[in-house]
Write a protein that binds this ligand. Structure first.
Ligand SMILES: NC(=O)c1ccc[n+]([C@@H]2O[C@H](COP(=O)([O-])OP(=O)(O)OC[C@H]3O[C@@H](n4cnc5c(N)ncnc54)[C@H](OP(=O)(O)O)[C@@H]3O)[C@@H](O)[C@H]2O)c1
Length: 261
């Protein structure tokens, strides 16, 4: 099935990625291998998940060429110091068994001064060619703007399902032509029980998960990284490129948001 490719600042990123939080041990490895065999070409991991080795094994076993997979990993705030940052990234690359990742993120902001230092070190990882692109995660809009003053930020990764209102952030990232990666896009399964999502699922003859993921990927500059341990979910989540949600139904889903941006 054809996929949506985001074209941002001359980069091409598969809009649908595969989240790997909690995918560990051989079972996790098999789920990631399966996702790659099914056609996912964008994989999200983090030092904190303790599974970079599992992701690395799955990539190796999959037989898919390294250059065809967009790999994201993240540095945890406990490694934001000058002593720890670079060794932690080198450790991630070693576990992933790759020479570089495509996108390296600061996983969470720390205090202002520490985050400033970490952003400079993140920038250094670009020149060291440990990563092709850099970004931040769980940063407020103000924190994102501050990071951009230090380094060429490509992406911000935030929790984004129909329950989150990111109106201001979305406006900003489109103005700046950045990528917004939606994590926990299914609200960890919670949003699939919403009556509206169930109604739309019947209307479009698609699963609740497909409706939610399609809603996200119909938005400009947005990527989504659902996690699926089960093969059934993994495949189902890919089959979202053969239908379109109407503008009116898009707005109804936006109205499920619980917080203000
Ligand atoms: N940057 C950050 O701070 C941060 C924080 C959280 C997450 N993340 C990233 O975002 C990824 C996704 O977020 P998440 O894992 O928190 O939650 P999620 O993707 O919103 O939800 C995952 C849950 O939904 C279920 N699911 C998946 N597809 C489904 C389908 N088609 N039908 C029904 N249920 C389905 C999964 O079940 P099965 O596993 O049983 O298939 C799992 O229980 C993570 O894996 C991680 O890579 C980043």
């Amino acid at each position: 099935m054809r996929q949506k490719i985001l074209e941002i600042n001359g980069e091409e990123v598969p809009a649908l990625g595969f989240g790997t939080y909690k995918l560990t041990s051989r079972d996790g490895e098999k789920a990631i291998e399966y996702a790659l065999s099914a056609g996912y070409r964008h994989v999200d991991t983090a030092e904190f998940y303790g599974n970079e080795d599992v992701v690395g094994n799955a990539i190796k076993n999959s037989g898919v060429s390294r250059k065809d997979i967009f790999i994201t990993t993240k540095v945890w705030p406990s490694n934001f110091s000058k002593q720890s940052f670079i060794p932690s990234v080198q450790g991630s690359l070693k576990k992933l068994k790759v020479a570089y990742v495509d996108l390296l993120l600061l996983h969470w902001p720390s205090d202002e001064n520490t985050t400033h230092i970490a952003t400079e070190l993140l920038y250094k990882c670009l020149s060291l060619q440990y990563t092709r692109l850099i970004g931040v995660s769980n940063f407020s809009l103000d924190q994102l703007i501050a990071a951009q003053k230090i380094a060429p930020v490509f992406c911000t990764q935030v929790e984004y399902s129909p329950y989150n209102n990111h109106k201001k952030l979305l406006y900003y990232i489109r103005e700046e032509n950045l990528m917004l990666t939606a994590y926990s896009p299914l609200a960890r399964g919670e949003v699939l029980k919403e009556p509206l999502i169930k109604r739309l699922s019947e209307k479009y003859n698609k699963s609740a998960s497909q409706v939610v993921l399609r809603w996200l990927l119909q938005q400009d500059n947005v990527a989504a990284i659902p996690k699926a341990g089960s093969e059934k979910h993994s495949i189902e989540n890919m089959q979202i490129f053969d239908f379109e949600i109407s503008a009116e139904d898009m707005q109804q889903i936006f109205a499920l948001a619980r917080n203000n941006s």
